[in-house]
Every structure is written in structure tokens, then in C-alpha cells.
Design a protein around this ligand. Structure first.
Ligand SMILES: *[C@@H]1O[C@H](CO)[C@@H](O)[C@H](O)[C@H]1NC(C)=O
Ligand SMILES: *[C@@H]1O[C@H](CO)[C@@H](O)[C@H](O)[C@H]1NC(C)=O
Ligand SMILES: *[C@@H]1O[C@H](CO)[C@@H](O)[C@H](O)[C@H]1NC(C)=O
Ligand SMILES: *[C@@H]1O[C@H](CO)[C@@H](O)[C@H](O)[C@H]1NC(C)=O
Ligand SMILES: *[C@@H]1O[C@H](CO)[C@@H](O)[C@H](O)[C@H]1NC(C)=O
Ligand SMILES: *[C@@H]1O[C@H](CO)[C@@H](O)[C@H](O)[C@H]1NC(C)=O
Length: 502
């Protein structure tokens, strides 16, 4: 068992060693001087509170020195304003990564009067990962001590303090929150680190009790060899899993390889892990257009489009705009995003009853929908049924559009035909898409869809769409049906009589 754990560590460390781009070969292992043990005084020299005065990180900030009142005046610390502590994670380069600049400048633009302080613990984070993990506790204590001092010295209201921690930094924020005198207003965990934190007790990682409100964005929860870079389990009051928390659009190996920056497997890891920060930055910059996340018990149900409700606080904004809800620990929320900023899109829940009319008992149709809106139309969007389409049943599915096309006016449903793609021919051959009768002539499969019921997550509006031509409700491979809005709101509960007529 020990051996296994050890070899997993080797794999992980090798992977993570290349984490940051621009790392010199073996730099991580050369830094012998960091391996010395620190006494408490030395620790204070290794943690710097860098208060930002300029958007440009290359311009030195002002250093807040805990215990030195003069530094507060010099830095222009405003006790009545909000205070943000931004806490970085583990580093292999020993330098700030590029996200830091983006986050700091977005924060300062959104909250110009606030105090934005970078907790710089780079020397303690630039270590072998397990050593950096070991330091999170001490760094958290240091942050707590600093906040205690601001409280005592300046009557800083703790409710105005917001800690934002990325990766290992999230757990530093957790330790700070538990150690501080009183309760911090808010902690945001941006893809909190998973290795050595997954499954451990509340007191050894960031948890919902560490602040009045703890919100988490999970973007890299894909597991390899039993390890996930970002923590998988929900640990906050609200845990948001964009794109299910695993595959982030724009971060696939193929996309990274074709990107201008070049790309490698490590860039994929970095892309998905850092996506949490970029989504947070997005929420600071695009606050007039907020991305919503929806509460759901699991990602599979969300993919089916079942969870788009906003009733009873079941939906929330993501990132900085997340609203505090009455204590509700480990509330899992989901959304889909675009690949680039602005990341938000529009979610639609669609329901359609699919009748088997002819020869379609084992049909596995590939459907697309094209949406026509008041402002724009979408391309043909593949309808993703996690399981096969249920025949003679109502099927629910999720449609995500990257652009807001305005009020939905028309829906075109198409069944991918035999002549449309080689892949589908093959699939359909295998699934005996065509049945041959005795004369060897193919028989057409026929399904019927009379109406599509739609609910938009972002507007919470519901509409029913009926076949534009009431006589055209049957569909075969290669054919389309067009639906137009036929009634406001959902169809009211069908009476027994009407059910018979369906
Ligand atoms: C301090 O912050 C408060 C609240 O944001 C603001 O009203 C006040 O003008 C600020 N003071 C200074 C000197 O910037
Ligand atoms: C953490 O560091 C302390 C000294 O700072 C050391 O005594 C302890 O063994 C370390 N723990 C681990 C798990 O490395
Ligand atoms: C669906 O209903 C049709 C006729 O109403 C019937 O022929 C067919 O076998 C049913 N298919 C399934 C999968 O239940
Ligand atoms: C409509 O959508 C297309 C992509 O589907 C996009 O290129 C175009 O800019 C959009 N037009 C407007 C007015 O938004
Ligand atoms: C076989 O297909 C031909 C042509 O579509 C049709 O005329 C014939 O009735 C079919 N036979 C059976 C047994 O379905
Ligand atoms: C085949 O492709 C043509 C042109 O793209 C299209 O009109 C037709 O509906 C498709 N399907 C079948 C089954 O022929």
C-alpha cells in the first residue's frame, strides 16, 4: 500500500513539476536552500503582504507589515472599505503565474476603493508539493494573525474581509478562517487543491465553517491514478462545477496543440485548473451579464437538462457575483460555459415525447436542433442523450447556446440521415437502422414528435412549440420538422382524456 502511494506521488510530482510553463529543467529539485526548516521568525520573512496600488504587477506594491501601524498609512489602507486577500498556490517557477495579474487588475477595477492584498508566500510554496502542503497551515496562521492585528488596531470589520485562494491557496484561506478571532465574511476557493486534501477532515482543509460564506469553483476534478488536481468533494456552502467540473471547453489536448502558444499535456492541466480563476475574473468584468449555475444532485442529471430551476435559491450567479444563501452546506451546482471569455451562455431544457410509429423499435436516432431567436440563429446543435432516446416516452435534454439569440421563435429538429455522415451510416448499419425485408428493400423508420416544450434557465420562461405544419409531425432519417411557439407557458397538465388523444 505504501509502495503504491509512493509511486502515485512520483507520477504526480513528475506531472506537477512541469506545471508552470517556463520552468527550467530540474529547477524544483535544485533548490536545496529551501529545504531548511524554519523557525517562526523566519516564516514572517517569507510571507509578504503586498498591497496593490497599481494594476501593473511589475510595479511594486506597498508592503503591509503586520504590527507596524505606519505601513497602513503608507499603503493607504482604508479600514471602512472591503479587503481582499488573494492567496496563490503551489509553484514550480517561484514566480507569480499569469493569472495573478488578471485577477488583481479585475478586482481593482470592480472594487476601486477596496484594499487588494496579495499574500505572497512564494518561497514556501516553491517546494516539493508535500512540503508546500505542510506550509499551508503556517501561512494560514500568519494571515489570521495579520487580520487579528487589523481588527485590534483599526477595528477592521471581519464581515468586509474576503479571502480568495487558488489551489493550495484555498486551503491556506481555510486555515486563516478557522484561526482568526471571529468569523471572516467570505472565502472563495478557486479549484482548491485535491492531493492530500481529498477525504481528510474539515479541520485539515478549506471547509464551509471557515467563513460566514464559503463558495467554491471546481474546474479540474478529473481523476488519474486515483488523484485529482482539484478537490472533487464539495467542501463549501456552495460548490459550483462548471462543465461538470472536469472537461473544460477550449482545454482539450487537441485544442491546446493547435493553439498559437504551442501546447502540451501539462498545458491541459494548467488550462483546466486555472479556468476557475479565469471564470472568477470573468465574473468581475462582465457583471452586467451573469452566468447562472443550477443546483443538481449530480452532473448526469444536469446533462439531461433536469435541473434548470431557480425556485427556492436553486440557481445562483457564479464567481464574485455568487449570492450568499441561507446556510446550506455542500450545495452542488452546475452550468455549461463557452471556451473563452465571456464564458456564459444560455441553457435550455427541452422535453419531447417521441412516438415509435414504424419499424423504429431499436432506433437510436441522432437528433440535432437549430434554434431561431429574435436576434440570431444557432447552428445545428447535437442533442446529447446520455442514454438512448426513449421511445413512446418523454425525453428531456439540455441545449446550450454560446450566444444569447433573444426570444426563441422557432426550432428545427433534424434526424441525421444516412447521407449526412459516414460515422452515422456505420452506427446505423450496426444498429440495424434499416431493416431489409424479404425483397431486400430498406424500410424507413418513422418516429413522431408533435411538440417540444422548452424552458430557458436564464429567463425561467417556459414555452410550448408545436409543428409549424400540423400535418408534418413524423420524422425519418435525413428529414426535418419545424416547430413554432404555439402557446405561452407550459402546456397545463394534460387531462386523462387529452392523454388518450396524444
Ligand atoms: C474608504 O472606503 C469607503 C467605503 O468604500 C469610502 O466611502 C471612502 O471614501 C474611502 N476613503 C478613502 C479615503 O478613500
Ligand atoms: C511539516 O513540517 C514540520 C516542521 O515545520 C515537520 O516537523 C513535520 O514533520 C512536517 N510534516 C510533514 C507531513 O512533512
Ligand atoms: C411504441 O408504440 C408503438 C405503437 O403505439 C408500438 O408499435 C411499439 O412497439 C412501441 N415501442 C416501444 C419501444 O414501446
Ligand atoms: C449570429 O451568430 C453567428 C454565429 O452563429 C455570428 O457569427 C454572428 O456574429 C451573430 N450575429 C449577431 C448579430 O449576433
Ligand atoms: C418490402 O418492401 C417493398 C418496397 O418498399 C414493399 O412493397 C413490400 O411490401 C415490403 N415487404 C414486406 C414484407 O414488408
Ligand atoms: C441527403 O442530403 C440531401 C442534401 O444535403 C438532403 O436534401 C436530403 O434530405 C438528405 N437525406 C436523405 C435521406 O436523402
Amino acid at each position: 500500500m505504501k509502495k503504491l502511494t509512493f509511486s502515485l506521488w512520483i507520477v504526480l510530482l513528475c506531472a506537477i513539476a512541469l506545471f508552470a510553463s517556463g520552468v527550467e529543467d530540474n529547477e524544483l529539485f535544485k533548490d536545496e536552500e529551501f529545504k531548511v526548516l524554519y523557525d517562526d521568525e523566519a516564516i514572517h520573512d517569507r510571507i509578504t503582504y503586498n498591497m496593490r496600488k497599481s494594476l501593473n504587477l511589475d510595479v511594486d506594491g506597498c508592503i503591509l507589515v503586520p504590527g507596524e501601524k505606519r505601513s497602513l498609512q503608507e499603503c493607504g489602507f482604508n479600514v471602512t472599505a472591503k479587503t481582499f486577500f488573494i492567496i496563490h498556490g503551489w509553484t514550480t517557477s517561484g514566480m507569480f503565474e499569469s493569472w495573478m495579474q488578471k485577477l488583481v487588475s479585475a478586482m481593482m477595477q470592480r472594487e476601486p476603493e477596496s484594499n487588494v492584498v496579495i499574500v505572497d508566500w512564494l518561497p514556501m510554496a516553491h517546494q516539493l508539493y508535500p512540503d508546500a502542503v505542510n506550509h499551508t497551515h503556517q501561512v494560514g496562521l500568519s494571515v489570521a494573525t495579520t487580520i487579528n492585528w487589523l481588527q485590534a488596531e483599526q477595528q477592521l470589520p471581519l464581515q468586509n474581509v474576503h479571502l480568495i485562494g487558488y489551489s493550495l491557496g484555498a486551503h491556506v484561506a481555510g486555515y486563516a478562517g478557522t484561526s482568526v478571532r471571529g468569523t471572516i465574511g467570505r472565502i472563495t476557493g478557486l479549484d482548491p487543491a485535491g492531493p492530500m486534501f481529498e477525504g481528510v477532515g474539515d479541520d485539515k482543509r478549506l471547509s464551509s465553517g471557515d467563513a460566514d460564506f464559503v463558495d467554491i469553483l471546481h474546474t479540474y476534478t478529473r481523476e488519474a491514478l486515483g488523484i485529482s488536481i482539484g478537490i472533487q468533494q464539495p467542501i463549501g456552502d456552495i460548490d459550483i462545477y462548471p462543465n461538470g467540473g472536469d472537461v473544460q471547453p477550449g482545454c482539450s489536448l487537441r485544442e491546446m496543440l493547435t493553439s498559437t502558444a504551442g501546447g502540451s499535456f501539462m498545458d491541459v492541466i494548467k488550462c483546466e485548473h486555472e479556468r476557475a480563476v479565469l471564470l472568477f475574473v470573468d465574473s468581475l468584468m462582465n457583471n452586467e451579464y451573469m452566468s447562472l449555475a443550477y443546483q443538481c444532485t449530480d452532473p448526469e442529471r444536469f446533462k439531461k437538462g433536469i435541473c434548470l430551476s431557480c425556485r427556492k435559491n436553486r440557481c445562483n450567479n457564479i464567481g464574485y457575483n455568487t449570492k450568499k444563501m441561507r446556510k446550506r452546506s455542500n450545495c452542488k451546482m452546475y452550468l455549461k460555459t463557452r471556451a473563452v471569455t465571456p464564458f456564459g451562455g444560455i441553457h435550455y431544457q427541452m422535453k419531447m415525447h417521441v412516438f415509435n410509429r414504424k419499424q423504429a423499435d431499436d432506433a437510436d436516432p441522432t437528433f440535432h436542433v437549430k434554434l431561431y431567436g429574435a436576434h440570431n440563429d444557432t447552428d445545428d446543435l447535437h442533442v446529447d442523450f446520455p442514454n438512448k432516446v426513449g421511445l413512446n416516452l418523454t425525453n428531456t435534454f439540455l441545449v446550450f447556446t454560446e450566444d444569447d439569440i433573444g426570444d426563441l421563435l422557432k426550432i428545427r429538429l433534424s434526424w441525421e440521415g444516412a447521407n449526412e455522415s459516414l460515422g452515422s451510416i456505420w452506427k446505423n448499419m450496426k444498429k440495424s437502422f434499416w431493416s431489409w425485408n424479404r425483397t431486400g428493400t430498406p424500410i424507413k423508420q418513422v418516429l413522431e414528435v408533435r411538440r417540444i416544450r422548452v424552458k430557458c434557465g436564464e429567463t425561467q420562461k417556459k414555452f410550448t412549440f408545436c409543428a409549424q405544419d400540423p400535418s408534418v409531425t413524423e420524422i425519418s432519417p435525413g428529414q426535418v420538422i419545424t416547430y413554432v411557439k404555439c402557446r405561452d407557458g407550459w402546456e397545463v397538465k394534460p387531462s386523462k382524456k387529452r392523454l388518450h388523444n396524444l
